[in-house]
Design a protein. Sequence first.
Length: 381
Amino acid sequence: MDPIIIIGSGLAGYNTAKELRKLDTTTPLTLISADSGPFYSKPMLSNALASKKEPAAIALNTPEQMANQLNATVRTKTRVDAIDTAARTLRIGEETLRYSKLVLALGADQIRLPVEGNAAGDILTVNDLDDYAMFRAAIAGKKRVAIIGAGLIGCEFANDLAATGYAVDIIDIAGQALGRLLPPEGGALLQSKLAALGVQWQLGTSVAAVDHADSGYTVKLANGTTLQADVVLSAVGLKPRTALAAAAGIKVNRGIAVNRRLETSAAEVYALGDCAEIEGLVMPYVMPIMHATRALAQTLAGKPMAVSFPAMPVMVKTPACPTIVSPPAAGAEGQWQVEASGEGVKSLFVGADGKLLGFALNGSATAERAKLAPQLPPVLA
Ligand SMILES: Cc1cc2nc3c(=O)[nH]c(=O)nc-3n(C[C@H](O)[C@H](O)[C@H](O)COP(=O)(O)OP(=O)(O)OC[C@H]3O[C@@H](n4cnc5c(N)ncnc54)[C@H](O)[C@@H]3O)c2cc1C
């Protein structure tokens, strides 16, 4: 019998395998990963310094342990080069593997902005544990980190680094932190709390060039400001990995297009996680992945199941200013109602009928999460 093959050993890949094994312990199962394949929780990467975790301690299980636990073959440092959906095969170099069902759990690439300068190639990104180990090696014994991007990941790293003694500059073309998730009042509170930790905000501008300096780098901003940094980290957003699927003729939009059964346009090929676009939604967060893995496992085990997503608020790991966001659906009609009081900002996105469609809670307002979350509409009922 040809195995079920899962490409990817991130939260989507391993958790699909775990859920499947709760339903089916015997169907041959293979996981293939381009990276070194540890099982770990990616969100831990952006608060590991403050929680005093070395990269090696973030890995919860080795690939060998996962293979034993899952009664599966786990191949690491192995990149799938092509898929033939008609023949139901994969190509890895010269090798061809047959699959019965194929799961694409390929993740997303960090977007890289065009930056000039003789050290532009030294700009780091962190999107897996291997990257994070390199980042930790780069900052060891250093003092100054410049972060490009004041989104969720950039702000989390800024908090983690500043809380552990690093001097942090954070640069964003937007005029505020978390511009896609928070109204200006919420952004302002987050900025002031991180500034109190020492974070320097460089907003409304971009990085023009990164050049080698006597020690570290000179970072030139488009507004003419020049900064010095020992390490430059870019966190400007993610782009679903769609190339492998697109080359196989599988339908791709912003992500690999799937329906609520996580089925792609090719028979017996499924996708989930950061690479997928589920009914038009790209949701690069843990909770959607967990819901999707449970539904997909049922389908793989022969009981086709559609996934439903409740509202899934995301906690931004900025302890200097606790923040929880549940953005309204794209195109939702309504307006923000903002109440700022001392140490908190409560921002509610309310429709014309008075229904709560989304929220952003900062500081003391996060205490209202439990009351507000049940009032939110489901993402996909
Ligand atoms: C620093 C950071 C902090 C985060 N914090 C939070 C948080 O607090 N809360 C939250 O909800 N979300 C958070 N996220 C997002 C969340 O971690 C991701 O949505 C999730 O981990 C994605 O899992 P995945 O399995 O889809 O992708 P990935 O973990 O990226 O896994 C993709 C896998 O596919 C493999 N692969 C890709 N192409 C190939 C190929 N051709 N052949 C073989 N293998 C291939 C890769 O090697 C990898 O194993 C954070 C993300 C980051 C980067």
